[in-house]
Design a protein around this ligand. Structure first.
Ligand code: G3I
Length: 474
């Protein structure tokens, strides 16, 4: 993800917070505030504009087009997240049972990472695009093959994928609200939760998503069925982190403004939401702006992915549904989306606020409100200063001041935890666990306070579930 600049409303809010804090006299000398970074002018690319609110703007990328420089020029300039359009699917990654092939998938993954983009994984368990050997399986043999497939693919990309579409398109179209009939469904109704539990164990750092289409309209039976499944999973502790709304809008499945209600209702269940395969028949600028604003209005909306770059790259080119014409020029819909992102809500995705130690009751604090790279963070009495405001980004960073990341200065017990300019490394990514611990993605070790008093330095340490390693976000 690109740098997250603060937009004007954020700066105004932070200035108001600063004045309030000074009036209340709650700031100690050790935590005097410095002004946050200056506001940016409007950004000129989709990815940079989305990053202003901590979101991403991505595209489905096809490995076969990476030799087309007109394509890669647009894709590299505009997008900061990539989904492989077909290359990470089951038929591509496990063409023979037990024999994995990541050639095409790695081509897309490497292009993305070498160009500074995060990657969404798509998709691990799906009724479609199964290789021939899997199509002919059933029962416990198929169930085991599904588990082995998830382990094989997620193992290959362990720690490297921001979000995985673990299960894709498991509900039937129409008004039944039933599961889609498929060989996977016939292995037993629990196949979806088994897929998610397998996925969590295979890569604890990835956000695990359920992804589907025709689930954007809140009144539709398929939407309600998906909602009830996610609600049930959250209640029973089945590991699910996010829901992907494909958002293929067309005359048979048009955009409805209640999409925002849908996103809000899912977010209220305690999952992130994402728009994962957006395309709109005819590419109405008004509809594209409305969808963008729907995501911006929901704090837990991580970002938007369009399903291709130019109309000629679309799976439905006759619908001309994308943001770029086939000759690479920008369509009116492009400008509508960019403007929405530049003027949009600044509510960052995920929770943003203080991180309070359970054992100490004190907050994660940057000493003296320093902005210097390498400043080790500490415990300090909680207050409203910007040096205690941590925003969780879609990539798993914990950002302070908008552009500095909580950074592990090593991987061993005792390694310092500091702030550093955000650069996308695994030492700057964190997993916020349900037991209150915060795990470094690179080290697997926990955020640890070696004491409880003001000034206690924060380090990495082997996870023990002690109260000095548990945190609440306020
Ligand atoms: O690469 C072969 C080519 O060698 C062959 O000559 C040609 C003949 O048909 O087929 C080519 O493969 C096609 C592949 O796309 C690459 O272009 C497949 O037939 C075709 O079925 C496949 O379609 C993909 C489709 O998923 C399959 O279900 C689309 O590209 C892809 O955009 C689409 O993506 C899905 C998401 O994964 C899930 N949500 C819906 C979305 C749109 O259908």
């Amino acid at each position: 993800m690109g740098s997250a600049a603060l937009s004007r409303p954020v700066v105004h809010r932070k200035i108001r917070a600063l004045l309030l804090a000074l009036i209340l006299g709650v700031l100690s000398a050790a935590t005097a505030l410095v002004a946050p970074p200056a506001a940016h002018a409007a950004e000129s690319t989709l990815g940079a504009a989305a990053a202003q609110s901590g979101r991403y703007f991505g595209a489905a990328i096809a490995s076969g087009r990476l030799g087309d420089s007109a394509y890669t020029t647009i894709a590299n300039r505009e997008f900061n997240s990539v989904t492989a359009e077909n290359e990470m699917k089951i038929d591509a990654t496990e063409p023979q049972r037990g024999q994995f092939n990541f050639t095409a998938a790695d081509r897309v993954y490497n292009w993305a990472v070498q160009n500074g983009k995060q990657v969404r994984g798509h998709t691990l368990a799906w009724h479609s695009q199964q290789p021939g050997w899997m199509q002919s399986l059933s029962g416990s043999d198929l169930r085991q093959a599904m588990i082995n497939h998830i382990n094989g693919v997620m193992g290959h990309y362990k720690g490297k994928i921001a979000q995985w579409d673990v299960v894709n398109e498991a509900f039937a179209d129409g008004s039944s609200g039933a599961r889609r009939d498929s060989n996977l469904q016939r292995t037993g109704n629990d196949w979806i939760e088994v897929a998610f539990r397998t996925a969590r164990a295979a890569d604890p750092a990835a956000k695990l998503c359920y992804n589907d289409y025709n689930v954007e309209n809140w009144t539709w039976a398929k939407t309600q069925a998906m909602y009830n499944m996610v609600k049930d999973f959250k209640q029973r502790g089945v590991p699910i982190d996010c829901v992907g709304f494909q958002a293929h809008f067309n005359s048979g499945s048009p955009y409805d403004s209640n999409f925002r209600t849908t996103l809000q209702n899912f977010a209220a269940l305690g999952v992130d939401v994402a728009i994962t395969e957006l395309d709109i028949q005819g590419a109405s600028p008004t509809t594209y702006a409305a969808v963008t604003n729907d995501c911006l209005a929901v704090a837990r909306c991580l970002g938007i992915t369009v399903w291709g770059v130019r109309d000629s790259d679309s799976w439905r080119p006759e619908h001309t549904p994308l943001l770029f014409n086939s000759d690479g020029s920008k369509k009116p819909a492009y400008t509508a989306v960019l403007n929405a992102l530049n003027g949009g809500s600044t509510t960052p995705p995920g929770d943003s606020g203080q991180i309070k130690g359970v054992g100490s009751g004190r907050c994660l604090d940057v000493p003296n409100a320093s902005t210097a790279d390498g400043t080790q963070v500490q415990l300090w009495d909680c207050h409203s200063g910007t040096n205690q405001q941590w925003a969780l980004t879609a990539a798993g960073e914990l950002r302070v001041y908008g552009n500095k990341c909580l950074d592990a200065g090593g991987t061993a017990d005792g390694a310092r935890v500091q702030i550093y300019g955000c650069w996308g490394g695994d030492n700057q990514k964190w997993r916020l666990n349900s037991d209150g611990s915060i795990t470094g993605v690179q080290s697997g070790r926990c955020l640890d306070a070696a004491g409880t008093s003001n000034g206690t330095r924060i380090q990495l340490y082997t996870c023990s579930n002690g109260s000095n390693q548990r945190w609440t976000r306020t």
